[in-house]
Design a protein. Structure first.
Length: 176
């Protein structure tokens, strides 16, 4: 039994013969996995990339201009698929890292807000005006009718109380 030529397989596959396309896939599967792996450095993703490559090739087989360059055409599709997957992987990892940072920030903010809630009302008011509303000492002095020296002293005591509370919660300043 003789082996069917690649051109015959390509022509048959382009005409809708799935078995012929399957034989082409079999011939080039390991090469497409290798190309993908060289880009992705992940065997599972490389196999996914090879499968996606064949899916795209099947859809676009009729558009292929030069059947003598099937392998090069397939490799070009494979490189593009792998690069797309690499981009998605990096975006996903970036999103996961961002999500983790947001969660950490949310946890930190929650602990800081709890520490602020533990302050006496006068100190809480100063902390909110200064650090949340961004008012200057002059503006706070004007709003509350107290001296800048009093503001400074109260804020210092407020920060100390918050630090003590956070320490009791076992949160070091490095974690915040």
């Amino acid at each position: 039994m003789h082996e069917i030529s690649e051109i015959n397989l390509i022509e048959a596959a382009a005409s809708g013969d799935i078995d012929s396309f399957g034989k082409l896939c079999g011939r080039y599967y390991s090469a497409m996995v290798a190309i993908s792996y060289s880009i992705l450095s992940d065997h599972q993703l490389a196999e996914d990339s090879a499968q996606e490559t064949f899916a795209r090739a099947l859809v676009n087989l009729k558009k292929m201009k030069n059947q003598n360059k099937f392998a090069q055409w397939l490799a070009a599709i494979c490189r593009n698929v792998a690069k797309d997957m690499l981009s998605e992987k990096s975006t996903r990892l970036d999103k996961e890292a961002f999500s983790q940072r947001v969660q950490n920030t949310n946890d930190k903010n929650m602990h800081i807000n709890q520490a602020i809630e533990k302050l006496p009302n006068a100190m809480k008011e100063l902390v909110v005006l200064r650090y949340y509303d961004g008012l200057s000492y002059d503006q706070i002095s004007s709003v509350l009718g107290i001296s800048k020296a009093s503001i400074n002293g109260r804020l210092t005591r407020a920060k100390r109380k918050m630090a003590n509370y956070l320490r009791k919660m076992d949160l070091s300043e490095n974690q915040l």
